[in-house]
Each structure stands twice: as structure tokens, then as C-alpha cells.
Design a binder for this molecule. Sequence first.
Ligand SMILES: [Cu+2]
Length: 188
Amino acid sequence: MTKHSILMAGALMVAGVVLVGCGQAEDAKTNSGTTSTAKQPAASGLVATQAMKDFKDDGKVLELSIEGNDLMQFNKDSFKAQPGQMVRLTLKHVGKLPAQNMGHNVVILNKGQDPFEFSADANEKGGNIANAYVPDAVRSRVIAYTSIVGGGQTTVVEFQAPNEAGDYPFMCSFPGHVGMMKGIFTVQ
Ligand SMILES: [Cu+2]
């Protein structure tokens, strides 16, 4: 067992945690741009974006966290990172409702993307809980995204912040949540 796989197994043993970035970093090394999910944690099923594949633990990872609740609210509406910075974003659902009814995630969109338009397209073009309402057809508009979690669950995504400074919208892509759950990820 390599050091990497031991770390990954350890992370997966944490109850309720879906660790996305680790599996995708491995994916990036072995497989150039295809959408195989074989090496990703079974609980995730997400396809990595380029920024997620580009994550490396450089010892200076910026830890960000956000909470979602049963009232369809995030507890913050802004994040900041430096250009190109490595980021580990943790979303904790502090409510009790299941993911089917009150699922939340965090999706960081490319600069200039409209969250409402994204949400509508994601729903129309194959979005579901398994793909975190980020289906293939809209993934190119996304910097990074977490899986969908329900009450009491936590999810993590690791990615490299864009090199280009600016305001990147973030949102929950669960159907109907974008109006209440959105904010700005600022790179500066
Ligand atoms: Cu939500």
C-alpha cells in the first residue's frame, strides 16, 4: 500500500466524510482528461474538473469552511484566496433533513457565469444527486464542486484557485436552492 492510498483509506474511514480531491489527484496522474471514476471514492462519483486535478498539497493549503442548514442557507456568502493557491473547502450540513429533500453542495463557477442560468441548465441537462447537479454538459463552466450532502454530513473538495484574479460566483446546485444559497469566491 502506498503512502497515498493509506492516506486515502484513512480519510474514507471518517464517518460521513466524502473526500473528493484525493482520488482525483490520482486520476489526474494516470489518465489525461477522460472521465473515468474508477479511482475515485465510491461515495463520490464526481468527475474532477481541471482545477481539482491540479490540486497538490504544497504544505500551504488554504482551509476554507462553510455550513448549510435546513432553512436552505449558507452561513457565509464570500471566500477569498490568492491566485493559484491550493484550497481545501469543507462543507458541513448542520441540519437534519436528508439529501433527497434538502441536499447541499458548493459549486464554484467560472468568472462571468450566471448561477441561475447554470442551475437551470444543470437540471435540464442530466443533473442528479449522484453527479451533484453538475452533469457533463455544464462541467466546463465549473472551477470546483463538492458532492451533495444531507443533514449531519460533511464533504470536502480540494482544488487550485484560478490564476486569474476576480470574482467567481459560488452556489448550491441542488434544484431550487440557488436563489438562497450563493456567494462570491474572490481571487486576489
Ligand atoms: Cu442547497
